[in-house]
Design a protein around this ligand. Structure first.
Ligand code: TIU
Length: 225
């Protein structure tokens, strides 16, 4: 593969011309707090086992990106230990018995530096892969993600991670408005709700790809490798 030449990825609503050197893999919030019991996802009343099917396809994609020497970035949703960046509205939303910042089995929920806030071991970042700590759902809000992507010549994003209709969709919409082409591999994103998984992907690719493209890891890897 020549990194400067586009490769055509079979996708909906039509094929995606991926330019490897300008296309980063952006893995959203594959944190223990969302994928393991006792974290934020479970605190919100969700069955976290729903998301675990995304781990293996993400691991394959990450391994391919690394072996090709392409760019990888990771994000983590969470807050400062003093919670000064946590909007009061976000803290009390859901009226659950435990809130962001409270102690849980994996440390304080959704707080930076705690075990639950960190990325799952299967997809752990390596040196040179930026980790973007974000206080909101979108990865561009109150972060330096856009600057890092611009400085590195990134124009396209393969967006994976959790959850499809929340942080993945919010980030794809933010990226689209900033001029990035986004491709979402369906098996590499997950929702606690099957109907939101389906709708979340449809919303991206409808209307001629209003926010981007949808494909899957097999089709993406077949084009790249
Ligand atoms: N609750 C839910 O589905 N998601 C989040 O709160 N954050 C992310 O999607 N990362």
């Amino acid at each position: 593969m020549n990194p400067a030449n586009p490769v055509s990825v079979d996708a909906e609503p039509y094929s995606f011309d991926l330019v490897p050197e300008a296309c980063a893999l952006l893995i959203i919030d594959m944190q223990r707090d969302f994928l393991e019991p006792g974290g934020f996802g479970e605190m919100l009343g969700n069955d976290v086992s729903q998301l675990r099917r995304t781990i293996e396809p993400n691991r394959r994609l990450l391994s391919a990106w690394r072996s090709l020497g392409l760019q990888v970035l990771h994000t983590r949703e969470g807050h400062r230990p003093d919670l000064t960046d946590l909007p009061p509205a976000k803290r009390v939303r859901g009226r659950s018995a435990t809130c962001i910042g409270d102690a849980g089995p994996m440390g304080r929920i959704l707080v930076r530096g705690e075990a639950g806030h960190d990325i799952i071991p299967e997809l752990y970042p390596t040196a040179g892969e930026p980790v973007i700590d974000k206080p909101g759902k979108g990865a561009f809000f109150a972060t330096d993600l856009h600057a890092i992507l611009q400085n590195r010549g990134v124009k396209q994003l393969v967006v994976t991670g959790v959850t499809t209709e929340v942080c993945v969709n919010t980030t794809v919409r933010e990226a689209n408005d900033r001029g990035y082409d986004c491709l979402v591999p369906a098996d590499c994103v997950g929702s606690y709700f099957p109907e939101f998984q389906e709708a979340g992907l449809k919303m991206i690719k409808a209307q001629g790809g209003i926010f981007g493209w949808v494909s899957d890891s097999d089709r993406l890897l077949a084009a790249l490798m």
